[in-house]
Write a protein that binds this ligand. Structure first.
Ligand code: NAD
Ligand code: TYD
Length: 340
């Protein structure tokens, strides 16, 4: 089989490409990525020279390019990770989120229709369901929970999900959608909470916690997300949505304190800063469907996954020190200057 993995130079797509190349040597994996600020070829260097792997630079919103690529390659499966993915950036500048996350999906699906495909898989997010109250631990997101978005990022992802369902219903395109909770692990860009805290704590820099740090996320180690997608693209039912999560709800403050404890850094580094506008309170997934239908089980709990992640950042300093010493400095100064 020939797989197209879009956004494969990013965090989750990169981990997924590693998994495909290593655990499915019989398949050919092609990564397509525009190499935006979030894409990094160093993430792919461990697999770059493997015979069952290729990298192509390109933009999923570029119709002529996508058409040529599909005409040449005849992919069997497309897994779309390519996206603008950071909520705070979507609040600063929504336009690029709508372009990549919605029109890019349309462009990919049009090529799938034209050249034929066994499966188009859309990597979506729990954020399309909006948020849950902090004082109702009994409530979880199910696949039929109504879509109810808060940020331009989540609205763009929800729009894409609706479009994917429309292409299935109207054109009979074979599709699946997965909605996963927050991921963490190797190759995570340090604008997101966990790698930001690890990199700043190691430099003894202040850790910005939005509001009171009470917001809750349902953290999943990235390879557990990747193994879920692997099951869905091979055995998932056409037209279905699958929620992915491992029942690892942790408040932001507890995430930060855990990292500081493991790194033996003082809690005095914590700085409570102005809250994110529209900040979702709590995400929590019910993964019963993927567990019972496809036999998926996560390998890591938060306690083991966070230690493995910290170890990775300690032994792969080159990967993230390049990032935080470059343009990222300007990003940090701009995004955090009004929060103090
Ligand atoms: P990321 O920002 O690390 O990576 C995104 C990748 O897409 C980058 O390599 C970037 O260069 C590429 N890209 C951006 N625009 C492109 C375009 N127009 N054409 C081609 N490539 C383009 O994101 P991530 O955290 O790895 O997320 C991947 C997917 O998973 C996204 O669709 C996101 O919505 C979804 N998701 C993420 C999480 C999470 O916790 N990170 C959770 C659930 C779902
Ligand atoms: P983030 O990693 O941006 O993921 P998402 O917004 O998609 O859940 O943020 C995770 C949580 O951490 C979220 O509640 C916002 C909070 N947060 C901070 O408190 N400080 C920060 O500097 C960042 C980036 C996030």
């Amino acid at each position: 089989m020939k797989l197209l993995v879009t956004g494969g130079a990013g965090f989750i797509g990169g981990n997924f490409a590693h998994m495909m190349v290593n655990s499915h040597p019989e398949d050919e994996t092609v990564v397509l990525d525009a190499l935006t600020y979030a894409g990094n070829l160093e993430t792919l260097s461990p697999i770059m020279d493997r015979p069952n792997f290729r990298f192509v630079k390109g933009d999923i919103t570029d119709r002529d390019f996508i058409d040529d690529l599909f005409a040449k390659e005849h992919f069997d499966i497309v897994v779309n990770f390519a996206a603008e993915s950071h909520v705070d950036r979507s609040i600063e500048d929504p336009g690029i989120f709508l372009k990549t996350n919605i029109l890019g999906v349309q462009t990919l699906m049009d090529a799938c229709r034209k050249y034929g495909i066994q499966r188009y898989h859309q990597v979506s997010t729990d954020e399309v369901y909006g948020d849950l109250p902090l004082d109702r631990p009994d409530l979880l997101f199910h696949e039929d929970t109504p879509i109810h978005t808060s940020s331009p990022y989540s609205a763009s992802k929800a729009s894409a999900d609706l479009l994917v369902n429309a292409y299935h219903r109207t054109f009979g395109l074979p599709v699946t959608i997965s909605r996963c909770s927050n991921n963490y692990g190797p190759y995570h860009f340090p604008e997101k909470l966990i790698p930001l805290v690890i990199s700043r704590a190691l430099a003894d820099e202040s850790i910005p916690v939005y509001g009171e740090g009470a917001n809750v996320r349902d953290w999943l180690y990235v390879t557990d997300h990747c193994s879920a997608i692997d099951l869905i693209i091979r055995n998932g039912r056409d037209g279905e949505v699958y929620n992915i999560g491992g029942h690892n709800e942790v408040s932001n403050l507890e995430v930060v304190k855990t990292i500081l404890r493991v790194l033996n850094k003082p809690e005095s580094l914590i700085h409570f800063v102005k809250d994110r506008p529209g900040h979702d309170l709590r995400y929590a997934m019910d993964p019963t469907k993927i567990e019972t239908e496809l036999g998926w089980k996560p390998e890591y709990r938060f306690e083991s996954g966070i230690r493995k992640t910290i170890e990775w950042y300690l032994s792969n300093r080159d990967w993230w020190e390049h990032i935080v010493s470059g343009e990222y400095q300007n990003y940090y100064a701009k995004m955090y200057k009004d929060r103090q």
